[in-house]
Each structure stands twice: as structure tokens, then as C-alpha cells.
Design a protein. Structure first.
Ligand code: PLP
Length: 353
């Protein structure tokens, strides 16, 4: 079957482009001390994670326990859950994961450390942890290096296995001006280094220092204290990252849609917010110059611009934000050129627990 014969809306994944993106990022990390632990929140399928591991990744980063469960079921790891798992239900699930896949989880509070310690006592297993540091994004994480060192000391005294720290400079990854992005990311990474220094001084030198996203992979990946980078979006790229990092990768993912109406200067496609996200602004035509200006539940209203869109045409959209668009779908239609060569389930879609 050819890509334009697919029923719509359908996520189309261009495997040649994916492979090129994986190879380019792997090449950046091949000869440096910093390594790549790509983030699963973008591809959400073990098919991609496996290819990233084969290209030299040291493990996979996950956003949610549900994603780690998908990876562990596929036998892929080690997995760093770059997030807090709070509450007994989560900890029981964490400790029920297969033991042959190493899982490391982030912590930031004494309460959570105590919950994990209680889980360790219940099960006899010893969860591995990194301390999450706030490097300026003001999401989770310890802000004060002395607090980080005190938490490390507390962790090392109990049954948990202390592995290091992570800090994600998410407030800088999408800054459009390269100089501004470099300055702010460098400042964030300098904050991370302050935590590393405090840990070293207290005798808890971190084995893992994880940071970085697609917009800053090269900045974090050149910072001497950083040991690994958690970039995710690079593998497919999307509209927002194409505008911020035009130097990096090609778009591998499009949404095939059908034009269902045309009125004056606008057309309507059969993909609304149940098939395409717009949290990062409007998406655009992948090959034709149009903008998906408005989404209702099942309709996308398109400013046609120069594109002569007519009912019945199938057109591909480059999502502005892949992660949230992919989350709406259950399968990728995998293509090489125009030929559909496979269908992959998006096993990690809606793995938000
Ligand atoms: C904790 C964490 N690490 C890394 C990333 C990297 O993402 P990206 O490659 O999209 O910049 C994200 C993005 O949301 C994140 O939340």
C-alpha cells in the first residue's frame, strides 16, 4: 500500500528519516564522555527505543511509570524515570517491574524517599534513585545545593541506591535566539554544577548527572559535569523544533489527513484536536504551504495560502508538537518513501499513570 492510500487521519512515520536522525545524534555523542539516554516521551514505541540503543544510547529516559512499564515489558533498559513517583500505588508498581531491567527514579522530597524506603522494606528490592534538581525551570527539584547534599546523605544511609542527580533546563530548550538559548542553558547547567560541587564536598560524588533536551543537547552534551543527555524530540523533530533548531534533523512524522471542504480562502481537513494537538501553536502543511489555523474536535480549519486544497485531496500536516499529537494515536504507519512497510502500535500512548 502507498502512503496516500491510507485511511485518515493517520500518523505516518518515515523510517529513512528516523534512522538518519538517530544516526546523527548518536554520532554527536560517540566520542565524548557525555552519553545519550534518549527520552521515550516522544516516540512511545519500543521499536524506536531499540534502534536508539543499537546506535549507542546508554539507556532510555521515561516521563512516566507507565512508559517505563512498556519499556520493561519489551526488555529495554536501563530506564531513568525523570519524574517523581509519589504514593504507595506508584511505588508498588515500580517495585513490581521485572528485575532484569534496571530502573532509576528521580526523587526530591524526604517524604518520597521514606515511601520508597518503606517499599524497599516490603519487597526486599532496592530502588535506584537520582535527586532531581531545579536548574531554573521551577517545576520539580531541589533548589539549594546544601539540601541536595543532605538528601543524598539521607538516601545513602538507607536501603535506596543513590546514583546521582538530574536537572532539566526546559525553560531554555525552545528559546528561538541561539545566543540567548546558549546563555540561559549555560546558566542553568552552572546551577546543576553547583549541586555537583556540594555533593562532591559532602562525599556523594554523583555517578549520573543527567540534563538536556533537543534544543540544548549540544550545550548540555559539552558541559564537563554532565554525564548524560535526555533529548527526545530530535528523533522525529516537529514544527516547533524545526523553527528553533533548523540545523538539526528532518521531520520524520506527519499526519495524513483528507480535505473534506473548501470555502473561499479556507479549507477543512478531517483532523481536529482528537487527532492533532495545538498546545504549541498551529501546525503547517508538510509539503504544501498551508496553516492549520483552528481545531475543533474533529475538524481542522486550514488557511490555504498558496495551496490549492480541494475536497478529496489527501494532505500531510507537520505537527507543531509531536509528543502530544502522538499521544492521541494508537499506531504508526511506517513508510519507506511512499510505501507503507509496517504498522507499529504506539504502546506508550496515554501511559500517563
Ligand atoms: C524531564 C525532561 N527531560 C528531557 C526532555 C527533553 O525533551 P525535548 O527533547 O523535547 O527537548 C523533557 C521534555 O519535556 C523533559 O520533560
Amino acid at each position: 500500500m502507498r502512503r496516500h492510500e491510507l485511511d485518515t487521519p493517520a500518523l505516518i512515520l518515515d523510517l529513512d528519516v528516523v534512522e538518519a536522525n538517530i544516526a546523527a545524534m548518536a554520532a554527536f555523542f560517540r566520542d565524548r564522555p557525555q552519553k545519550l539516554r534518549p527520552h521515550f516521551k516522544t516516540p512511545k514505541t519500543p521499536e524506536i527505543a531499540r534502534r536508539q540503543m543499537e546506535a549507542g544510547a546508554i539507556g532510555i529516559t521515561a516521563a512516566k511509570l507507565g512508559e517505563a512499564e512498556v519499556l520493561a515489558r519489551a526488555g529495554i533498559g536501563p530506564v531513568l524515570i525523570a519524574n517523581q513517583l509519589v504514593g504507595r500505588q506508584k511505588i508498588d508498581r515500580l517495585l513490581a517491574l521485572p528485575e532484569h531491567v534496571e530502573i532509576i527514579v528521580a526523587v526530591e522530597s524526604l517524604l518520597n524517599v521514606e515511601e520508597l524506603e518503606a517499599g524497599a522494606k516490603r519487597t526486599g528490592r532496592r530502588p535506584h534513585v537520582v535527586i532531581e534538581v531545579d536548574t531554573g525551570m521551577h517545576r520539580c527539584g531541589t533548589a539549594n545545593p546544601e539540601d541536595t547534599a543532605a538528601l543524598a546523605e539521607r538516601i545513602a544511609a538507607g536501603p535506596l541506591v543513590y546514583r546521582g542527580i538530574m536537572g532539566y533546563e526546559g525553560h531554555t530548550v525552545l528559546l528561538p535566539d541561539p545566543t540567548d538559548r546558549r546563555e540561559k542553558a549555560t546558566a542553568a547547567l552552572e546551577r546543576l554544577s553547583a549541586h555537583v560541587r556540594a555533593l562532591r564536598a559532602a562525599g556523594f560524588s554523583p555517578e549520573i548527572v543527567s540534563a538536556g533536551g533537543t534544543g540544548t543537547y549540544d550545550i548540555a552534551g559539552s558541559q564537563p559535569d554532565v554525564t548524560e543527555v535526555q533529548a527526545g524530540s530530535y528523533v522525529f523533530m516537529d514544527g516547533r523544533y524545526r523553527s528553533v533548531r533548523p540545523d538539526l534533523g528532518q521531520p520524520a512524522l506527519t499526519l495524513l489527513t483528507t480535505v473534506i471542504a473548501r470555502h473561499g480562502d479556507y479549507a477543512v481537513i478531517d483532523a481536529g484536536m482528537k487527532a492533532l494537538s495545538n498546545d504549541m501553536g498551529p501546525s503547517a502543511g508538510a509539503r504544501l504551504p498551508f496553516t492549520v489555523a483552528r481545531l475543533s474536535e474533529e475538524h481542522g480549519t486550514v488557511q490555504t495560502g498558496e495551496a490549492d486544497l480541494q475536497p478529496g485531496m489527501k494532505v500531510e500536516v507537520l505537527p507543531s508538537h509531536n509528543d502530544t499529537t502522538i499521544n492521541l494515536h494508537s499506531e504508526y504507519y511506517v513508510v519507506r518513501g511512499d510505501e507503507v512497510v509496517d504498522v507499529w502500535p504506539v504502546e506508550g500512548a496515554r501511559a500517563y499513570r
